[in-house]
Design a protein around this ligand. Structure first.
Ligand code: 8YV
Length: 324
C-alpha cells in the first residue's frame, strides 16, 4: 500500500474525471457538492489534508479545515484561491503552468484572427445559404496586416503569444508589473501608455485586485477606432460595460473574448455586439491539454505527500514547508 492511501483529499464541486480517478487510486477521496464550510462534517475537518479543485476556495473554507496542508488548483490562474491567506496559514497552493501554455496561445491567435477577419460570421453566412443567394461575403473592415500588437501580461502564455505574433510579421510590445529580462519587446510601464502605442491589445493578465477592470474606457479609447481587444486571461480585468459601449459605438473595431467577469453569464450588451467574438472559456479546453492539467494537479499532491515538495507551487506559498 502506498504511503498516501490514508491521506484524505477533498474535491469540492466538479473536477476533471481523470484527476478524480487518479486521486481515488492514490488517496482517500472525499467529495462534497461545493466549497461551503456548512457541508463539512466533523470527520472531514479532522481528516482532510489536501484539496483538489477548480472552484473558489476562500479564507473561510481554508480556516474550516485545520489539518489542511495543500490546495492543488486545476488551472494556471489561481485567483479563485485565497493564496495569500493560505500562505499565512502555512497551506501550500499549486497551479498548472506550462502544460497549457501553447494551447492557450493558439486559442488567443484564433480569437485575434476571428475578431479581425470575421471567420465565424463568414461561415454562418455560408451555412445560411447567403453565398449562393447574395454573393460573396462582404470584405472585412479589419485586417491583421499593418497592426501593432501590445500584450498585457508577459508571463509564459504572453511570451508564447508574442512568438506567434512575431511569426505573423507584426511588431510586439508589452505591459507587465515589471519588465522581463529575457525578451526584447518594447516595455511600457503603464497599460494606458501601451494602449496609446498599439492598435491591438491582447490581455493575458491574471485576475485579482491589482488588475480589476484595468482595461477600462480610457484604455479602449487609446486603442482607437481601428482597435482590437482580445482577452484570454480573466474577465475581471475588463470593464465590460465600457467594452460593450466601445464596440457598439465604434470606439474600437472588434473584440475576441474567451473570459468574462461572471462566467458563465455573459452580459447582454456584449451578446448584442456583432463585432465581438465570444467563446465559452475554451482557451485550454482540448482533451490532451486538460488531461495534462489533471495529471499535474495529482502529481502536485503526490509530490507533496511523498516528498514534501510540490512540482509547481505558486509564488505566495513558496515558503510553506511540509509538516513533518
Ligand atoms: C481553465 C484557466 O479553463 O488555467 C486557467 O487559468 O482559466 C483554464 O485553463 C480553468 O482553469 C478551468 O477551471
Amino acid at each position: 500500500m502506498s504511503q498516501t492511501q490514508d491521506v484524505a483529499i477533498l474535491v469540492p464541486g466538479k473536477l476533471h474525471p481523470h484527476a478524480v480517478e487518479r486521486i481515488e487510486s492514490r488517496f482517500r477521496l472525499v467529495r462534497i457538492e461545493r466549497a461551503d464550510p456548512a457541508l463539512l462534517t466533523d470527520a472531514m475537518k479532522a481528516k482532510v489534508r489536501g484539496i483538489a479543485s477548480s472552484t473558489v476556495i476562500d479564507a473561510g473554507f481554508i480556516d474550516a479545515l485545520p489539518k489542511l496542508e495543500i490546495i492543488a488548483n486545476f488551472g494556471v490562474g489561481y485567483d479563485a484561491v485565497d493564496a495569500a491567506h493560505a500562505g499565512k496559514k502555512d497551506v501550500m497552493v499549486t497551479n498548472t503552468p506550462d502544460v497549457l501554455t501553447e494551447e492557450v496561445a493558439d486559442t488567443a491567435l484564433g480569437l485575434l484572427l476571428n475578431a479581425v477577419r470575421e471567420l465565424a460570421r463568414a461561415e454562418n453566412y455560408l451555412r445560411a445559404g447567403k453565398w449562393r443567394s447574395e454573393g460573396p461575403y462582404p470584405l472585412t473592415k479589419g485586417s491583421l496586416r499593418g497592426r501593432s500588437v501590445g500584450i498585457f501580461g508577459m508571463g509564459r502564455i504572453g511570451r508564447a503569444i508574442a512568438r506567434r505574433i512575431e511569426a505573423f510579421g507584426l511588431p510586439v510590445s508589452y505591459h507587465n508589473r515589471r519588465p522581463v529580462d529575457d525578451v526584447n519587446y518594447a516595455y511600457y510601464p503603464t497599460l494606458i501608455s501601451l494602449a496609446e502605442a498599439v492598435d491591438t491589445l491582447i490581455s493575458v493578465a491574471p485576475g485579482g485586485g491589482a488588475t480589476e477592470k484595468a482595461v477600462n474606457a480610457q484604455v479602449l479609447k487609446a486603442l482607437g477606432p481601428n482597435g482590437v481587444f482580445v482577452n484570454i486571461g480573466r474577465g475581471s480585468t475588463v470593464d465590460e460595460d465600457a467594452l460593450a459601449e466601445a464596440l457598439a459605438n465604434g470606439g474600437i473595431l472588434a473584440a475576441g473574448l474567451d473570459v468574462f467577469a461572471d462566467e458563465p453569464n455573459v452580459p447582454q450588451a456584449l451578446l448584442d455586439c456583432e463585432n465581438a467574438t465570444l467563446l465559452p472559456h475554451v482557451g485550454s479546453a482540448s482533451v490532451v491539454t486538460r488531461q495534462a492539467m489533471a495529471d499535474l494537479v495529482v502529481d502536485n499532491l503526490i509530490a507533496w505527500f511523498e516528498e514534501g515538495k510540490p512540482v509547481t507551487p505558486v509564488r505566495e506559498t513558496e515558503h510553506v514547508q511540509a509538516r513533518r
